[in-house]
Design a protein around this ligand. Sequence first.
Ligand SMILES: NC(=O)c1ccc[n+]([C@@H]2O[C@H](COP(=O)([O-])OP(=O)(O)OC[C@H]3O[C@@H](n4cnc5c(N)ncnc54)[C@H](O)[C@@H]3O)[C@@H](O)[C@H]2O)c1
Length: 262
Amino acid sequence: MRFTDQVVVVTGAGQGIGLATARLAAREGAKVAVCDRDPGSVSSTVARIREEGGVAIGVCGDVSNLTQVRANVDEVMQAYGRIDVLINNAGILKHTPARLVEEAQWRREIDVCLTGAFFWAQTAAVASMIPRKQGAIVNLGSGAAVAGAPGSTSYCAAKHGVVGLTRALCVEWGQYNIRVNCVCPGITATEMTMSVARDYPERIRQREQRIPLGHMAQPDDQAKAILFLASSDAASISGHILSVDGGTAALSSGYSAPRDGH
Ligand SMILES: NC(=O)c1ccc[n+]([C@@H]2O[C@H](COP(=O)([O-])OP(=O)(O)OC[C@H]3O[C@@H](n4cnc5c(N)ncnc54)[C@H](O)[C@@H]3O)[C@@H](O)[C@H]2O)c1
């Protein structure tokens, strides 16, 4: 039980990778705070964790809205008294060719994926981690955080920014014993992937063919990597960018993944 009595906040915990991470943290003894912009999914995640014997509260808010982030952090502090671990997981993706991206889409993806991660990190650190000189933050990057991806300019730019944010906070907050790391999922079986699959079925099939391990990840695969970096097992790891992608990031040579035994 690596998180016994630790307070773990997961943003975007209403479904997908965030849901899997919140449930796994609770199974490992954490007091979980479930954050999502969707009230129904906050309630259902909290109910599911409690049914499984875990401890959870829900806080509803949009990570890109600083007033709501401050209110959410206040709620967590009132309920639990501290924040030990922050998982900045909330993210959105809309596939659009760069020439057609409108201002609203550009701003929204940067706001949710990048600015939201900074708002949560800063607010949680000031409220709890810096005064207590203890904390671990895991930001969610993407394969699109470490390489270009077609049709996702604003997402790609935001996720590359998350890598920079991770490194900048790691360097500045090490003095407060706060570790800051980043998990970069490859394609993972969640609603985000399914929504792309509905619009561009070929794109998902082609991407799966290029994964050296041959299959997309499950949300639990990401949750395990996220919680490794958040746990004391990673006590000396900070500023690390961990790809959880079946080897996809290693395949940057222009070749395809072999399927013929070579
Ligand atoms: N699924 C993948 O293949 C994949 C690949 C690479 C990176 N990622 C990243 O992993 C993270 C989780 O992805 P997922 O596939 O589970 O996504 P998902 O779309 O299945 O779930 C995202 C959750 O975040 C919530 N959310 C969205 N915007 C929010 C906001 N402004 N404030 C609060 N909550 C918000 C949604 O309501 C939802 O519950 C994201 O950061 C995503 O970019 C996912």
